[in-house]
Design a binder for this molecule. Structure first.
Ligand SMILES: *Cc1c(COP(=O)(O)O)cnc(C)c1O
Length: 431
């Protein structure tokens, strides 16, 4: 494979940008080799700096649920750009998208827009702390809620209970307020709640985890969390930055039938521009400034360019609910195709996890249900071999065993067949 130009661009980028990238996963460290530089994209395809056309299973990590450079989004953005891109003053557009989001998502009355998923989760936690007048937070190992300090916590020595910073720069003081539980393990949550009676403001979770591969909540897990939260005056925060407007118009809350107290959004809600949001019932949202005491602000929050992309995307999804069925069917087809490839090679252990248009392949003979089982599957180089095999065959997967793949509705069945054949071919030549 000839990636001469991408590699040269990467060398140059590394001189001026740490690691050559503005977000670490893009550097391909988990799979080795140089990242592919992208020049443009349309529909289901990326076009790289070496002139290759790649079938895309990342969709910019989720936002491009209808494919890249969707014509309606592009046209609205061009039109909007000519009228000014930011005023630092309110616009009618913000109310329009807020109204639509509140209509589409169950159990929320109000929503506030920010500029990233990180900001949304960070602000949601501050709001939960302000509302409950409590300080501690429970998160699950392997769940990602952006790069703000309170979330960069890993299991400390011995137990999962005591968090320690997993990045220099995060203080011990911050770490002590984040408690770590195990995904799909209600007892681990109940224990933390028991040991910290009256101190826990919120439990934050990806209702379907997408940052340790795609990991589904086991039956009763989210319902159990809801119950623990209700019994202990704890707010349940669903981080729907990945799942929001993807698993259903109303996200995981709708798809799985469990209600959260605060919901965070990012990715799809911005239609490809930098947007995040958090939402809740009115009594909670009114704790926010300027109505309430919890401070939160943003110079470019709700800017008309971002809101135009987001509003156009949400309108497209709201007006075309069949998109979700189409995405489900395509992903199920891919799932079956990959499954058949692996079945033909019983010596290669595998697990495929999927819900809706999120799917991941793990090289393990054990079910992948939490961070520990995902990490076990990620040992060794099977995933990177698979990844590079796919890339050689012009299929672009997330460059890490810990990421979900995201399907977009511009993918054709031909694209998916090509992907399945690539998998077949890779596994033929595996040993
Ligand atoms: C991507 C992601 C975030 C962070 O969003 P950014 O826009 O990258 O800051 C938070 N939570 C989840 C579940 C995500 O997938």
């Amino acid at each position: 494979m000839n990636y001469t130009r991408s590699s040269a661009l990467f060398q140059e980028a590394k001189k001026y940008i740490p690691g050559g990238v503005n977000s670490p996963v893009r550097a391909f460290q988990a799979v080795g080799g140089d990242p592919v530089f992208i020049e443009k994209a349309k529909g289901a395809y990326l076009y790289d700096a070496d002139g290759r056309q790649l079938i895309d299973y990342i969709a910019s990590w989720g936002p491009m649920i209808l494919g890249h450079a969707h014509q309606e989004v592009v046209e609205k953005l061009i039109d909007r750009t000519q009228k000014g891109t930011s005023f630092g003053a309110p616009t009618e557009l913000e109310t329009e998208i807020a109204k639509l989001a509140v209509k589409m998502v169950p159990n929320i009355d109000q929503i506030r827009f920010v500029n990233s998923g990180t900001e949304a989760c960070m602000s949601a936690v501050r709001l939960a702390r302000g509302y409950t007048a409590r300080e501690k937070l429970i998160k699950f190992s392997g769940c990602y809620h952006g790069h703000s300090d309170a979330f960069l916590i890993q299991a400390g020595s011995g137990a999962l209970t005591f968090g320690t910073p997993n990045s220099p720069g995060v203080t011990q003081g911050t770490a002590k307020d984040t408690l770590l539980a195990r995904f799909n393990d209600l007892a681990s949550v109940a224990n933390l709640v028991e040991q910290n009676q009256g101190e826990i403001a919120a439990v934050i979770i990806e209702p379907v985890a997408g940052n340790m591969g795609c990991i589904l909540p086991q039956p009763g897990f989210l319902e159990g969390l809801r119950e623990i939260c209700d019994q202990n005056g704890i707010l349940l925060i669903f981080d729907e930055v990945m799942t929001g407007f993807r698993l259903a118009a109303g996200g995981a809350q709708e798809r799985l039938g469990v209600q959260a107290d605060i919901v965070t959004f990012g990715k799809v809600i911005g239609g490809g521009l930098p947007v995040g949001a958090f939402a809740a019932r009115q009594e909670i949202m009114e704790f926010l400034a300027p109505v309430g005491p919890v401070y939160q602000a943003g110079t470019l929050s709700g800017n008309p360019l971002a809101m135009t992309a987001g509003l156009t995307m949400l309108n497209l999804l709201d007006n075309n609910p069949e998109v979700y069925r189409s995405l489900d069917e395509k992903t199920a087809y891919l799932h079956q195709g990959l499954e058949a490839c692996f079945k033909a090679h019983p010596e290669i252990p595998y697990q495929i996890n999927r819900l809706g248009s999120m799917i991941s392949v793990h090289f393990s003979d054990q079910p992948v249900v939490d961070f520990e089982s995902s990490a076990l599957a990620a040992r060794g180089d099977s995933f990177s071999r698979f990844f590079h095999g796919m890339l050689e065959r012009e299929i672009y997967l997330p460059p890490s065993a810990y990421e979900s793949w995201f399907l977009n509705d511009a993918l054709s069945y031909d694209d998916i067949d090509k992907t399945i054949h690539a998998c077949e071919d890779i596994l033929q030549n595996w040993s």
